[in-house]
Design a protein around this ligand. Structure first.
Ligand code: ATP
Ligand code: MG
Length: 306
């Protein structure tokens, strides 16, 4: 690519399609010089991303174009999109494999995957990473995204006259947004969305384990006490599982919050109280004025390097 030879970086923006709204963020500059160019949240049809693909592709493409021009403080000008799939639509599985070379792993993982993923490997885009070691086994985190969904999203982006730079999972975007890449600590990242929350064990600079629970900001608003108790017990449950299951797991001593549900009053205090783990609102690695945790995923997507 001539762009990289000339050292010119093409601007990109983050597109986070949530359950009820989508968020767009463009950031210019990097590190301390990063400034928010434009951000916006707009309503979309509920549950736009589904296992079957994307609802109303043309309409969504039009909504993206309109949102770009209405972003504040400036319209979003980037033409390259960085987006993510929700954990609930991606298959994730942590498996034990006997020690073998990377080449052998590449060959045997898709074969193994037929056992634990509900759809055939050739209908998914698959990726994996080593997350730990225990005795003579290695622990591998395997992620598979349904092709039908990835292709549908690529089509929407193209209908909007844009180019899809890449897709990742929301936990990957969130951890980039909120965790200092030099930090070797261990965190539970909790993304409280509208109907569901995403839980991610992040330890020693990698995502080790993820899960989704059917409790979101909507539940916190209707039955706060009950929902927060359930959510906290799911957090403790995942942490316990993580610490028993993954070799060399560190003790998780901080919960990092993101997502709109974080804004429901007393959420932070009660999660800290019930889990007895220090709980904070995750702050973006780039210094942005007036940050709202609803935008965490979109920010992480926006700062992804090509
Ligand atoms: N300022 C606020 N005060 C209270 N609740 C809020 C506030 N802002 C958002 N919420 C709640 O947060 C939830 C939406 O959060 P968010 O925008 O992160 O979800 P989403 O990204 O659309 O969902 P998902 O990530 O699950 O797809 C809703 O339940 C909403 O009512
Ligand atoms: Mg979200």
């Amino acid at each position: 690519m001539f762009e990289s030879v000339l050292g010119i970086k093409k601007p990109t923006f983050g597109l986070d399609i949530g359950y009820r709204t989508m968020k767009l963020v463009q950031i210019s500059g990097t590190g301390k010089r990063a400034v928010l160019r434009g951000a916006i949240e707009v309503p979309i049809a509920e549950g736009t991303l589904t296992k079957e693909g994307v609802k109303e592709k043309n309409k969504l493409a039009e909504q993206i174009i309109a949102a770009m021009s209405q972003a504040k403080p400036h319209a979003i000008s980037a033409k390259i999109v960085s987006s993510a799939l929700p954990e609930s639509l991606v298959f994730t599985k942590e498996i034990d494999m006997p020690k073998m070379s990377l080449k052998e792993l590449n060959k045997s993982i898709p074969y193994q995957a037929t056992e634990f993923f509900p759809i055939p490997p050739d209908e998914t885009y698959m990726d994996w990473q080593i997350v730990g070691q225990k005795d003579s086994n290695i622990e591998v985190l395997v992620v598979a995204a349904p092709k039908i969904l990835v292709n549908a999203l690529a089509e929407v982006v193209s209908l909007a006259g844009l180019e899809l730079m890449g897709l990742e999972t929301k936990p990957a975007a969130l951890s980039r947004a909120l965790i200092n890449p030099q930090d070797k600590g261990s965190f539970l990242i909790l993304d409280i969305g509208a109907k569901t929350s995403g839980l991610t064990c992040y330890d020693q600079q990698t995502i080790k384990l993820t899960s989704t629970v059917a409790i979101g900001g909507d539940n916190l608003q209707t039955d706060f006490a009950g929902s927060i108790r359930l959510l906290s017990s799911e957090i403790l449950h995942l942490i316990k599982y993580y610490q028993n299951r993954i070799g060399k797991a560190q003790i998780i001593n901080k919960i990092v919050l993101a997502g709109g549900g974080t804004n429901v009053e007393k959420t932070i205090d009660l999660i800290e109280n019930l889990t007895k783990i220090k709980t904070i609102i995750g702050q973006p690695q780039v210094d942005l004025k007036g940050y709202d945790p609803r935008f965490a995923t979109a920010i992480g997507l926006a700062v992804k390097e090509i």
